[in-house]
Design a protein around this ligand. Structure first.
Ligand code: IPE
Ligand code: IPE
Ligand code: MG
Length: 241
């Protein structure tokens, strides 16, 4: 699907309809300040709050935030449990704002493996926000792009879907992002130049943007810069030019 025309005067002429963000650099932000990695994650949630609000203000339809990958379980037990506690309190603090702003929460990933309190907070927020229509906020949580593709393949096998019915449309409908357009733009902060297993199927024609800014420092002004860069790009989708 094509990006949407921007609704507000402050927004660039062309906005991504679906924006994906790999929120990276919390640990380095903290280390540079002599703080703990947990302090970095805490600071990261402040950036998250401001960016979600800016996206809603601009009229971005779908926002996917890479919050915890399946590979992130390799981190220390303390860091992992800090991250999930932080998420649970972020959700309880922000649910009112999500409701006011008409934002619907979704999780991309296997929620069953998460700690009970986090799962409960997520399920509550998902249910409460289910009728909101102004923006989808997808948290990629315990998420792996490869695992998402394998999961779709398993569903196909279990249902014995005939090979001629296995189209891009059908496959997309079996992914966590079913019903949402593919990301037009993926931003990864902190200067790392890789996708780290993020939206592998859906990112086929996404524009990529790699600002050096570490996630806790990533402000709405930085987002606006990335969006202006996106608006200036010529997307060809394989067409002649
Ligand atoms: C991103 O920041 C947050 C998560 C992956 C949960 P990092 O924790 O990866 O920060 P760096 O890459 O170590 O700086
Ligand atoms: C990707 O960042 C995952 C999230 C931002 C949640 P990582 O920091 O885990 O990725 P790598 O290990 O540098 O590739
Ligand atoms: Mg990282």
């Amino acid at each position: 699907m094509n990006p949407v025309d921007a609704p507000s005067a402050t927004a660039p002429a062309v906005l991504p309809r679906h924006l994906g963000i790999i929120m990276d650099g919390n640990g380095r932000w903290a280390t540079r300040r002599g703080l703990s990695r947990s302090d970095g994650h805490k600071a990261g949630t402040e950036a998250t709050r401001a960016i979600v609000t800016r996206c809603r203000e601009l009229g971005i339809r779908h926002l996917t935030l890479y919050t915890f990958s399946t590979e992130n379980w390799k981190r220390s037990k303390d860091e992992v449990s800090y991250l999930f506690n932080l998420l649970a309190s972020f959700l309880s603090n922000e649910l009112g704002t999500l409701m006011e702003q008409g934002i619907r929460l979704h999780v991309l990933g296997e929620i069953d493996a998460l700690p009970f309190a986090t799962r409960q907070a997520l399920q509550h927020a998902i249910k409460k926000s289910a009728q909101n229509r102004d923006m989808d906020l997808n948290l990629a949580l315990n998420y792996s792009g490869r695992e998402e593709i394998l999961r779709a393949a398993r569903i196909i096998a279990e249902k014995a879907i005939p090979s001629e019915e296995i189209t891009d449309e059908l496959f997309s409908s079996l992914l966590y992002t079913a019903g949402q357009s593919d990301p037009d733009l993926i931003i990864r902060t902190s200067g790392e130049l890789r996708l780290s297993n993020f939206l592998l199927y859906q990112s086929s024609y996404a524009e990529l943007c790699f600002p050096d800014t570490l996630w806790p420092d990533f402000s709405p002004a930085h987002l606006d810069e990335a969006l202006a860069d996106f608006a200036s790009r010529q997307r060809r989708f394989g067409d002649a030019h």
